[in-house]
Design a binder for this molecule. Sequence first.
Ligand code: ADP
Length: 488
Amino acid sequence: MTVEPILVAGEWRRGRGDVYATRYPADDTVNAELAAANVDDVNEAIETADAARRRPEWAALKPHERAAVLYRISALIRERAEELAQLQRRDNGKPITETRALVASAAGTFQFFAAACETLEETLTPPRGDYLTMSVHEPLGVVAAITPWNSPIASEAQKLAPALAAGNGVVVKPAEVTPLLALELGRVCERAGVPRGVVSIIPGKGSVIGDAIVKHPLVKKVSFTGGTSTGRALAKLAAEKLMPVTLELGGKSPTIVCEDADLDHAVNGVLFGVFSSSGESCIAGSRLFVHESVRAPFLERLVAKASALRVGDPADVRTQMGPLITSKHRESIERYVQLGRDEGGRVLCGGERPQGGLYDRGWFYRPTVLDGLTNDARISREEIFGPVLVALSWRDEGDLLRQANDSAFGLAAGIWTRDYKRAWRIARALETGTVWINTYKQFSISTPFSGIKESGVGVEKGRLGILQYKHQKSLYWGLNDRPLGWAD
Ligand code: ADP
């Protein structure tokens, strides 16, 4: 097998780090072999990106010209959509229906930030003297985008598009197990006319090259999506440089079912919220709070449907849950389920690997629902990042909000009710960045996304998401005909 090149400083070449294989989680066959970037590659990529982003080919582009490059990226992604979706399926084992949606969303993200780029307005502020005052925004310099393995192309687009729209150079460090989509995005950027060296794609282990990226003096911002402990370590390094960070971290999101909810909608929504992407999603609705008066019938319907979810071949359009990302990750989920049992939980469904055929070759796990636990149990508090739902209950709104907000995380929440006043009250009182009401896990690039508490820092997406990758500058234009009086 040939060793795939990576994109360092405008050149496709072998990384100078370790050679490793990436594998298809559904059957453990090798997808590609590539040589990771080492610290020398990192330094070269960053220094080249800084030089390249200062050259007129990138720095002097008018907003509509830079937007045209992003529109071309979007069009090229759409042209290659099926190929990219199949590649992402192999890269991380998600079902093909899901990877098609992720590729479409990546194209939409570039289109959206192209539009944001060419329509961004600067402000003339009210002056308080004989001058004109303006607030404008400048590129930050080189931005590092560090992304996880769960939704590669979408996460990468979500950082790369606004960072480029803002006129920066960008180094993308995809997760070591899922580098292939980021590398393809590198090719797309080149074809779309992003000048050589502005973007580097440097796969590698976070523990090996992560510090070098974050500490490099020319890196002016890190946008990171991943686990809370990695994000915290990275923020400490960033603090030394007083560098801004955007951190999109973990979650333990509550989904709340009220007694007046349409239970059919709620069952489907809760299942989708926690089991789509095999639960490998920061926004997974992994804590179910169902009102005690409807708890028994709700759980009965939920468990029946969860047991019938189609776990299997990601290439099959009927598959709802593919494998988990690695065998090691599956083991970590199994340890959590065991912990739940040890803490007194009852497994209502799942709690095991499916057996036979493809199941024996990949990292599959059945959708799992546990009850009999409280919100204090460790599996109610820690992010499992897998297909595991903890079913809890509540009595009144005060009790509900106390439990739902009693979490280290604050990423997302769902509410199922027919009562719009109640939905409003609960939504406003939940300590989370996003609340879905009578729906779950819906996303539009035009709506900002953020987490609070240990779920993150900063905002991504939305029309002003581009400003996350610029710094603000104020201009004062003197309009006096006479010299300033003070020096006379
Ligand atoms: P996940 O559980 O999604 O693997 P991680 O936080 O470990 O979460 O990984 C997210 C991304 O962060 C990956 O690209 C990973 O390689 C990278 N990463 C891991 N450790 C570090 C580090 N010390 N510094 C910078 N990036 C890191």
